[in-house]
Design a protein around this ligand. Structure first.
Ligand code: ADP
Ligand code: MG
Length: 286
């Protein structure tokens, strides 16, 4: 599947949410990264034909998605940032209902719903009402409905919000497993959720693409600028305000600090391999 996004623009009154977004996507996982307000949800809602853009077009395998209409929606699985689940349905009935809406044949979806509920750790509560679910359980159910029917294009907006670390790993592995023959777009501000599985990263800043490249290439941009230093507790606040700090980790002597700097920040700084987290810090702190 190929998705071609051409010159998408969207403003809300005077707020420009997307300036001029173009990209070409194939199979694999694409991470759409950026802090709150950078335009991720706006783009994902437009890509799923849930919001009308001011200008621009989106083509799936060469055909405009608006013209494809139902044909496009058949190949799409979408989890919005604030999914509206039906509180009085059980998890299983909700998924059956979604399967019917998607026009899936019954002999197929019954088995698939069982599998999805198991994979997402909801098999024990499949007959419980959604209103009794925790935030994380609702989140996993929303992911399940997006994957239902094995769509070619899967778009997930902040899928891991409210999940605990083990659930995050489970979702990450699941997406990684299914991504070989599908286009998966994940909008998130949590770098660690996509660092290991994304083929391509798109950094958005105030509606503008500031980087669209492979993970390896994104890391290459900051190679030689990531340093680790050790500081004691007394130095901490002055050191942290002086540098662009990526991560701070407590160690036996004080803190191990990863920071971004074009020049060696101090005598005993050690150069380290860049991570996507460093990349994110670099893009959004300068
Ligand atoms: P993100 O998903 O990256 O947090 P959004 O796409 O939600 O970003 O928002 C991008 C910008 O558009 C923000 O400045 C936000 O305040 C604004 N915005 C989003 N939705 C609306 C709306 N319905 N009405 C007015 N402004 C909006
Ligand atoms: Mg959002």
């Amino acid at each position: 599947m190929r998705l071609r996004i051409e010159h998408i623009k969207k403003s809300y009154g005077k707020t420009v949410a997307l300036a001029d977004f173009s990209a070409e996507l194939g199979n694999g996982i694409y991470a759409l990264l950026g802090p709150n307000g950078s335009g991720k949800s706006t783009l994902l809602n437009i890509l799923t034909d849930n919001l009308k853009q001011d200008a621009g077009h989106i083509y799936m395998d060469g055909e405009d998605i608006v013209k494809l209409g139902a044909g496009f929606r058949k190949r799409l699985g979408f989890m919005p940032q604030f999914p509206g689940l039906y509180p009085n349905f059980s998890a299983e009935n909700y998924l059956r209902y979604m399967a019917v809406l998607k026009g899936l044949p019954k002999e197929r979806y019954m088995e698939e719903i069982k599998e999805l509920l198991t994979t997402l750790g909801l098999d024990g509560v499949s007959n419980h009402r959604i209103s009794s679910f925790s935030g994380g359980m609702k989140q996993r159910l929303a992911i399940a409905q997006a994957l239902l029917g094995g769509p070619d294009l899967i778009i997930l907006d902040e899928p891991t919000a409210g999940l605990d670390p083990m659930q995050r790993i489970a979702v990450r592995n699941l997406l990684s497993r299914i991504s070989a023959e599908k286009t998966v777009i994940i909008g998130t501000h949590i770098v660690s959720d996509v660092e290991l599985i994304a083929k391509q990263v798109i950094f958005l800043k105030k509606g503008v693409i500031i980087e669209n490249s492979s993970v390896a290439h994104a890391l290459e941009q900051i190679r030689g600028r990531v340093w680790q230093i050790h500081i004691d507790a007394a130095q901490a606040s002055s050191a942290l305000s002086k540098y662009i700090v990526s991560t701070v980790q407590k160690d036996d002597f004080g803190f191990a600090v990863r920071l971004i700097s074009a020049e060696k920040p101090c005598e005993d700084a050690i150069p380290v391999q860049p991570s996507l987290e460093d990349c994110y810090t670099f893009h959004y702190n300068t």
